[in-house]
Design a protein around this ligand. Sequence first.
Ligand SMILES: Cc1cc2nc3c(=O)[nH]c(=O)nc-3n(C[C@H](O)[C@H](O)[C@H](O)COP(=O)(O)OP(=O)(O)OC[C@H]3O[C@@H](n4cnc5c(N)ncnc54)[C@H](O)[C@@H]3O)c2cc1C
Length: 540
Amino acid sequence: MDFKVDFLIIGSGIAGLTYALKVSPYGSVAIVTKKDRIESSTNYAQGGIAAVTSANDSFELHVRDTLTAGDGLCHRDIVELVVHDAPERISELIELGVPFSLREEEDRVSFDLGREGGHSRRRIVHARDLTGQEVERVLAEKVEALPGIKIYEHFIAIDLITRKKLRGSEGMLRGEKDICYGAYVLDTRNHQVHTFTSQATLLATGGTGKVYLYTSNPDISTGDGIAIAYRSGAEIANMEFIQFHPTCLYHPEAKNFLISEAMRGEGGILRLKDGSPFMEKYHPLKDLAPRDVVARAIDAELKRSGDDYILLDITHRDPDFIKNRFPNIYQKCLSFDIDIARMPIPVVPAAHYLCGGILTNKDGESTIERLFACGEVACTGLHGANRLASNSLLEALVFAHRAAQKSIKITKDKNILPASLPSWDTGNAVDSDESVVVSHNWDEIRRLMWNYVGIVRSNKRLARARRRIKLLKNEINSYYWDFIITSDLIELRNIATVADLIIECAIKRKESRGLHFNLNYPDKGGIKCERNTLVRRSRR
Ligand SMILES: Cc1cc2nc3c(=O)[nH]c(=O)nc-3n(C[C@H](O)[C@H](O)[C@H](O)COP(=O)(O)OP(=O)(O)OC[C@H]3O[C@@H](n4cnc5c(N)ncnc54)[C@H](O)[C@@H]3O)c2cc1C
C-alpha cells in the first residue's frame, strides 16, 4: 500500500513523540514503530532529565560539567544551546502533565532534584525512578488524542527512499544534494511492505545496545536508524563512543535491568564480593566518578579477581527512604529475592548508550536533505567523547523541538515529492527455511563485540573483530537478498552494519579518550586527535 503524509516519523520514544506533537498542527503525521508504541529506551529511563532549575545552580556549571564529561570533543555551541533550552523543555513536559517529583521546604515547593555522576550540583528532574515511563505515557496519550497523527504499530522501517536510490549514483548531477522522499516499511504482522512518502522524514529509532552481549537496552535498540541512514549515504560520526553503564543487575533471570546511577548519588557504595570498597583507588570522586571511569574500574576489578559481579550497597540508608526514592528498583530486585534495604545488589557493567550516530546540525538535519534525526540515533555534538548522565532525554527534547521548527518551515516552502515512487521489489526472494542462520549470526556478532570491542580495546582485538565482521556481513547480505525479509533479518543486517561502523571508528581513533580506551594508545592524542570520527558509505 502507498501512504502519503507531510511528516513521517520512524520511532515512538521521547524524540519521535515530541516531534509529532509539535509538527501535527502543520500537516498530516504518520508514526511507524516496530513494536507496541511505548516499547522504547525512553520507557525504561529511571534517573531523570538534567536541567538547571535551582538557585544554587547555573547554566555555566551545567555547561562545564557537560564539557568535562565530553573530554574535549563536545561542540561548545551545541552544549550551550541545549543547556539554555532545558528549563523551557521541562516546563512543556509539566504542562503536558508529567508528574515530576517535588519537595516541600519552609512552605516552598521545588523539584526534588537528584544527583548523578559528573554533575557538580543536584540538577536531575525526575519522577521517582520511573521518569521515562511517565514521560512516555504522557506523550503517547497526547499523541493518541490528536486526529492528525496516525500511529502504525509493528511497522518496521527497512530503508529510505531517496533521490539517489531512484536515479542511481550516475543519475545525480555534480554537486547535487540527495533528498529523502520517505521510507519502505514492513508490516510485521502480515509481511506486507508499504511505501511511505513524506515531505520530511524523522529517524528517531534510538540506540544500539543490542549490538553487545550485555546491555541495559530493550530489544528494540538494534541501531536500525543508523544502519538505514548509512546505507543511504548519510554521514555517521563518533561510533566508537559507547557508554557502558557500570551497574546492571546481575541475575540469570533479570534481562537488561538497570540499577540507576541515582542510587550512587544517594550514597550507594560499590564493593568487591568481600565487602571492601574500591573506587577510591580510581578517582577522587570515588563512587560518583564519571561512568567510563567507574565501568573501567569494575572491569579491571572483575578481570583481576575472576569474579562474575561486584556489589552495590545502599543498606546504610533508611529503608523507608530507599523504598520511596527507588520504588521500581526495590520491587524489581525483591522479585529476584534481593531486598536492597537489607542486602547489597550484585551488578555488572553493560552497553548502555551510544554517543555517536547520524551526524546532524543544530536543527537536527542530517547530511541528506529533508532527513532529520533526533534522540539517541543522532550525533549532535552535545556528548563528545562521553555523555553526562541524564543529558540524553534532554538532548532528545531539545532537538525534537528544533527539528520540528525546521521541518515546518521547509515543508511550507515547497513540495518536492515526485508524482509516484516505485513499490518495494522482492525480486526472486523465497521464504527462508534456515532461521538458525539468523540466530547464530546474531549471537556471534554480540559476543564478538563484547569480547573484542568492549570497555577495553586493543589494536589486535579490533583487527580481529574487523576480519570477522566483514565475513559475517557478506554472509548476511547474500542471505538477505535470497529470502523474503522478516523483522529478525532486518535487525540482523542492521546490527552487523552498526558493529562494522563501531569497529571502523574505533580503529580510526588512535588515542584513548572519553569512552574509547585502547591499550595500544593509552593517552590522549593531543592536537592530532580527530574532532569527529566520520564514516560514510562511498558508493551505492
Ligand atoms: C534502562 C535505561 C535507563 C536510562 N536512563 C536515562 C536517564 O535517567 N536519563 C537520560 O537522560 N537518559 C537515560 N537513558 C537513555 C535514554 O533513555 C535514551 O537515550 C532515550 O530514551 C532515547 O530516546 P529516543 O526517542 O531517541 O529512542 P527510544 O526511546 O529508544 O525510541 C526508539 C523508537 O524507535 C522504534 N524503532 C527502532 N527501530 C525502528 C524501525 N526500524 N522501524 C520502526 N520503529 C523503530 C522503537 O520501537 C522505539 O519506538 C536510559 C536508557 C536506558 C536503556
